[in-house]
Design a protein around this ligand. Structure first.
Ligand SMILES: Nc1ncnc2c1ncn2[C@@H]1O[C@H](COP(=O)(O)OP(=O)(O)OP(=O)(O)O)[C@@H](O)[C@H]1O
Length: 416
């Protein structure tokens, strides 16, 4: 049993909570990725598990045992950092066995563990080289190897791929995921990169401002985001956020966006109880828009296209939505965040993140940014107006005040 549990873990510096009542269970053998923007508390959470930081309140359990006050060395966990921290004067073999030597493991056992780990990691041919004669990806694997030979109860990994170039990152992330699955060692992995989280994890936990937003499978997070923040953080490009209002219309629930009123189909409206004029944020995934009207009810959005990116596999059209301006603090926060991450939005360099005025970043007051992902065959040019359709059943609806989803699915566990 090597589960890891955060039980109501809080850490405050002065009075500011860096982690706020974090409760999370990482199952035995599970690969859980903790993801969130810079400063959300991910590293802090990892360091608390490792024993490098003590929580202000709450407990950490490893394999069911309370280790909150146990010294790091006695927790039987192995950490892999973003800086590989290899000893430059030692060969790969020495680097890998060093920890075992210190722990008093005998020579034969050390040799056999290093040989097995090197085999798993494809390092056998490199055992006699020194770190300077290795590529970034190979060094990263040596750092993994050092963790592996210890046969720990769990791996703790803090952005282990951040020093690698984009191509290598894709390869090594697949490698880490494969190795973790073949070993079945419980792994808590921290990254700010949602693509890394979505491709590697069994489950993803999303952290924002020290608070857990949602924990679920990649599919849960993408298709059933618990709140506006998760919708805007997960997915590439991230979801567009459109202001709207729920109204009652002839005993049905309708969504009003700008001056259009879309009567929601019964299955889409299930569970919605609009008091007159509930303000909502409508989440629209860039890949859910169509340029031809779909057969069923659909939301129509007009976008003034300012930039077209032809990526080969798809074409991204970025522009400003003609319909309405964004309101609501949750939408502002999510927009600011999504816009702050180049990788998420593909935004032009130098463009600032969203400000506090409720404007979409880079947009004029009263307009909002919108990104559509279209088939590469679509005829679209910058400086044109694009009419887009979104089928009613592809819309995500969030409370404009709290940011929480209005259609909670049982699997979408929202902590916020
Ligand atoms: N010793 C400290 N004193 C005060 N504040 C701190 C201290 N250490 C970290 N913080 C703050 O705690 C917050 C969370 O930091 P943490 O390193 O856990 O974030 P993170 O999500 O891992 O971010 P990143 O992706 O940038 O590493 C940050 O706002 C940081 O400034």
């Amino acid at each position: 049993m090597s589960t890891i549990e955060f039980c109501d873990v809080t850490l405050t510096y002065d009075v500011r909570p860096i982690l706020d009542n974090l409760s999370l269970v990482i199952g035995d053998g599970e690969f859980l990725v903790l993801v969130g923007p810079s400063g959300s508390g991910k590293t802090t959470a990892l360091r608390i598990v490792a024993g490098l930081l003590a929580p202000t309140a709450g407990q950490v359990l490893v394999g069911g045992r309370d280790v909150t006050r146990v010294a790091p060395a006695d927790r039987d966990l192995a950490m892999v950092f973003q800086s590989y921290a290899l000893y430059p004067h030692m060969t790969v073999r020495r680097n890998m066995e060093f920890g075992l030597k210190l722990a008093g493991v005998d020579r034969r056992e050390r040799d056999s563990r290093v040989a097995a780990a090197a085999e798993t990691l494809g390092l056998t041919e490199l055992l006699d080289r020194r770190p300077r004669a290795l590529s970034g990806g190979q060094r990263q694997r040596v750092a993994m190897g050092r963790a592996l030979v210890r046969q720990p109860r769990a791996f703790l990994m803090d952005e282990p791929l951040s020093n690698l170039d984009a191509k290598l990152r894709v390869r090594v992330r697949a490698e880490i995921a494969r190795i973790q699955r073949s070993l079945g060692t419980t792994t808590l992995y921290v990254t700010h990169d949602q693509t890394e989280a979505m491709t590697m994890a069994d489950r993803v936990a999303v952290l924002h401002d020290g608070r857990l937003q949602q924990v679920g499978t990649p599919d849960d997070l993408f298709n059933r985001p618990a709140n506006v923040f998760v919708a805007a953080f997960i997915g590439s490009p991230p979801a567009n956020l459109v202001p709207g209002r729920l109204v009652s219309e002839d005993h049905a629930v309708a969504l009003r966006v700008g001056d259009q009123t879309l009567v929601l189909p019964v299955d889409v409206a299930a569970g919605l109880t609009p008091s007159a004029g509930t303000e909502v944020i409508v989440g629209v995934r860039p890949h859910d828009v169509q340029i031809e009207p779909p057969p069923g009810p659909a939301l129509i959005l007009d976008v003034d296209v300012g930039l077209v990116e032809r990526l080969g596999t798809e074409t991204l059209a970025h522009g400003e939505m003609v319909t309405g301006a964004l309101t609501g603090s949750a939408a502002r926060a999510a927009i600011a965040l999504a816009a702050g991450d180049d990788e998420l939005t593909g935004r032009e360099p130098g463009q600032e993140a969203g400000d506090e005025s409720g404007r979409a970043p880079g947009g004029r007051p009263g307009t909002s940014r919108f990104t559509a992902a279209l088939s590469p065959r679509t005829d679209v040019t910058a400086a044109g107006r694009l009419r887009l359709y979104v089928a009613a059943d592809r819309l995500h609806l969030f409370d404009a005040d709290t940011g929480a989803t209005l259609r909670p699915a049982p699997a979408a566990l929202a902590a916020a």
